[in-house]
Ligand binder design. Structure first.
Ligand SMILES: C[S@@+](CC[C@H](N)C(=O)[O-])C[C@H]1O[C@@H](n2cnc3c(N)ncnc32)[C@H](O)[C@@H]1O
Length: 480
């Protein structure tokens, strides 16, 4: 099995850098169309663009297209490195094939190489997945990276590290980084990823918080195996022996005892929406008296959910598809599951409560800075807002609609271009208030002036509008 250290690491790094095997280098070589096709798991367009046999073409064909390349080309691309002995490729009849995926990855202006198992299902191939399959950089991995609050931390924990991609992303703003997994193969590939990128990683074997008993962290991130599936599913990267959504429940419930005061826990999650129960109450029971925010990005009915994950496992069209489908539906039905929520949970280890909402719309990416900002507002706004001098945020636009020729608009919507890209319908008074927020008068003075204009008691206008002003502050429409 793969052990990367010392001269092998330096040799690979030098070879990749010399060839220009970076996100930009690959994109420039194969072009936009082939890049798009590759994102859809189609390799033919990129194959046509990589015929020169130079080291970059060789690396792309070997790792990204999973094609055979001549041994001589591999020797030229990786001079003096025995990829076969390292366990990265296998050689047969003068042709070389990759046994692992090593690919460039970039985020926030930084670049790395990530070691994972080969992407399954390229070019429509149907391949059974090994149960200890180690997932590479998936869309969910990127979602969590982009959700992570941009803080510097003394200690951080990456639960279910897989190929180590979350840890890579955290490395340069965390002093001590711990990564855990239950899959020995994942631990090994995470170790290889860390070594290849000169990242110091304390890698531990064990389930959920077991390997860090009694320890506390400033930041915990996890893209856990959250798939809610009946017993018998054996894909470690996505499912566990836990019943229903218990894996997510345990991660959330036990987070406070592993967080420093004011520490953060951020998870991607699936949760069950049980008949007769509000999903928000379910998550609120897990986050208890901590400050938290749960966002449901998508909700699927049981059949949509089962189809999604059966396809993910490559089972669509196989003989066991319908029986597994039926078994899975029965399992969800037995637990009274009427839908499954998919989204994220952020818990801040300070006293507070849960905000939970469905938000299936486009958001700014990365969203992490906005998450941090929103918590600061929820937890830090003064009880009395009247003394604040507010300014409307730069990204807010106002949209009005109504009958042609009408004197007043029928609706006024304030829309943010950034963060969650929220839209808030407001009345003419609140629109007037926001329009007057240029930092000059304070909130109490503006609302008093509006009360005067409307000939209403100031106290009534304050009680009507201050809660709405608070909401606009929390959601970033207004700054102070
Ligand atoms: C969806 S993958 C996430 C991989 C990677 N962190 C990412 O963001 O792409 C989930 C990972 O959790 C690991 N895992 C499964 N059961 C676990 C458990 N009980 N405790 C900790 N990790 C577990 C799997 O082996 C897998 O590597």
């Amino acid at each position: 099995m793969l052990e990367l250290a010392g001269s092998a690491v330096e040799g690979l790094r030098t070879a990749f850098a010399a060839a220009g095997y970076t996100v930009y280098g690959v994109a420039a070589r194969i072009g936009e169309q082939a890049n798009g096709a590759l994102a859809r798991n189609e390799t033919a367009p990129a194959y046509r663009r990589t015929a020169s046999g130079d080291p970059l073409d060789t690396m792309i064909r070997l790792f990204l297209l999973q094609r055979e390349v001549p041994e001589s080309a591999v020797n030229k691309a990786f001079p003096g490195i025995d990829l076969v002995a390292l366990g990265i490729v296998e050689l047969s009849g003068g042709e070389v094939r990759a046994t692992l995926d090593i690919r460039p990855f970039a985020e926030d202006g930084r670049e790395w190489w990530v070691v994972a198992d080969l992407t399954p299902g390229l070019d429509g191939r149907r391949e059974p997945m090994r149960s200890d399959y180690v997932l590479g950089i998936a869309p969910a991995s990127l979602s969590l990276i982009q959700l992570t609050v941009p803080i510097k931390a003394e200690r951080a924990l990456d639960i279910g590290t897989g190929c180590g991609v979350q840890s890579l992303h955290l490395a340069d703003r965390v002093n001590q980084l711990t990564a855990t997994d239950v899959n020995p193969r994942a631990l090994q590939l995470a170790r290889a990823t860390a070594a290849l990128n000169h990242v110091e990683l304390d890698i531990r074997d064990g389930s959920l918080y077991e390997p860090v008993r009694g320890e506390r962290f400033d930041l915990i991130v996890s893209n856990p195996p959250y798939v809610i599936s009946p017993p018998g599913g054996d894909l470690t990267y996505r499912e566990t022996g836990f019943t229903g959504d218990a894996v997510v429940e345990q991660l959330v419930r036990q987070a406070p005892e592993h967080l420093t005061d004011s520490g953060w826990c951020q998870l991607l999650a699936n949760w069950t929406c049980v008949r007769g129960e509000d999903w928000k109450d379910r998550i609120a029971a897990w986050t208890a008296d901590r400050s938290a925010w749960a966002v449901q990005r998508e909700q699927l009915d049981p059949s949509e959910y089962v189809e999604l994950w059966l396809r993910d496992a490559g089972l669509h069209g196989t003989p066991q598809y319908t029986s597994r489908y039926d078994e899975w539906m029965r399992y969800l039905d037995e637990q009274d599951v009427e839908a499954i929520g998919m989204g994220w949970i952020t818990l801040h280890n300070v006293a507070g409560s849960l905000d939970a909402e469905p938000w299936p719309y486009e958001i700014e990416r990365p969203i992490g800075p906005h998450v941090l900002h929103r918590f600061e507002r929820v937890e830090g706004l003064p009880a009395d807002l009247t003394g604040l001098h507010l300014r409307v945020a730069d990204d807010v636009i106002q949209e009005t609609t109504g009958q042609p020729g009408a004197e007043d608009p029928a609706t006024i919507v304030l829309r943010r271009q950034r963060g969650m890209r929220r839209a808030e319908q407001v009345d003419t008074v609140l629109a007037g208030f926001v329009g007057a927020c240029d930092g000059d008068l304070n909130t109490g003075q503006i609302l008093a002036a509006l009360a005067d204009l409307m000939d209403r008691p100031v106290v009534d206008v304050l009680s009507d509008y201050l809660p709405q002003v608070r909401r606009l502050l929390i959601e970033g429409f207004l700054d102070y």
